[in-house]
Design a binder for this molecule. Sequence first.
Ligand code: ATP
Ligand code: MG
Length: 417
Amino acid sequence: MRLSKLFSNTSKGVPSDEAALNARLLIQAGYVHKEMAGVYSYLPLGKLVLDKISNIIKEEMNKIDALEVQMSILQPKDIWEITDRWDDRKVDNWFKTTLKSGQELGIGLTHEEPIVDSLRSFVDSYKDLPIYVYQVQTKFRNELRAKSGLLRGREFLMKDMYSFSLNEVEHKIYYEKVVNAYFKIYKKLGIRDKTYRVYADGGIFNKGFSDEFQTVIDIGEDYIYLDQDLKLGINKEIYSDQNIKKLGLNKDKLVVKKGVEVGNIFSLGSKYTDALGLKYTDKTGQENSIFMGCYGIGVSRLMGLIAELFADDKGLVWPDSISPALVYLITVNTDDSSLKKAEKLYQVLTQNKIEVIYDDRDKRVGEKFVDADLLGIPFRVVISSKIDQDKFEIKDRTTQKIEIADLDGLLKKLLKK
Ligand code: ATP
Ligand code: MG
């Protein structure tokens, strides 16, 4: 990518109406555009990051045999009436709308009912199960507080997966597979060591609890009590002597931290499948209930969280796995030989499938250095007449360490990534 071709320039001013650090940095660096509180558009660099996060998640979902779908965002009211959720007062953040005919519609905030409804056309025998489906889809929620930037959007990207199993035993096996997959995802995103499995409210089975995945960070809205050896915790919402005992945790070991919920998974039993009449007949011809689970991950929330978690006083610091590029290339001098050297390196890196942002803008080099830091690209590579003709300067964004290397050394370093 050549920066001269990118319309989304960095800006010097910090948006005055934006309190959240993640959004301020992402706006300043030209990754997102704020439309209104809790609503952001993704500009070219932001879209690259968002897609990389989605792809990491999709890869792990595919590995556990889930199939990708794309459900509709407009949802008919009747299926939600059957499960008594249309008028449920606990669901107070639902955007709804009305057709010209007067028919009421829901605007997708979750998809349990629609997915169960659509499976009714395909499932009737034990041979049809299990089914695992997921989507990466924009969700809409009328959040009261939307002051945390990408962490709490009114419009946001979520991965939601739904499992349909023959019985509770098979459900539980799959549920734990998802837990495993989630930790692999968090590992690839660079936040595994700060992310805990935390018992929380909700879920019909699993002793009445759901499992949250909480990343420890000071700006978190949730209070979580953690056993740091077991890597397990309990959300303050359900913290009581009785629950601690029920979950087999040791109260003396629990330390309280703030966390951001980056995932939440539930055992739903047959609540929705029974209500909507999604059942199967077994080998003996008898009708049985289908055991359901649902599994969410906040894709855009993860982008905001990672932006905020790793940022320093100079700007963003992306993990290699989701950075829009691995290299930010700058030439200090603009003589022919420097420009040629840069062009050549750009070609070589691209041929080696190393993503590079070449700052070929007509700007002062000082500004380019500032932007290289702000954008948070893992390696800054500089071409300068002060360095040997066949060498490059490489700076690691995280450690700030500078090295000089020839092309072979540079490639070796980058290809390891
Ligand atoms: P929260 O308690 O933070 O409001 P939730 O429990 O209502 O979230 P779920 O319905 O479990 O959220 O959604 C699955 C995941 O989607 C959450 O774990 C979170 O990572 C993400 N998420 C939920 N609400 C938002 C939001 N308003 N903005 C961004 N991400 C969200
Ligand atoms: Mg939740």
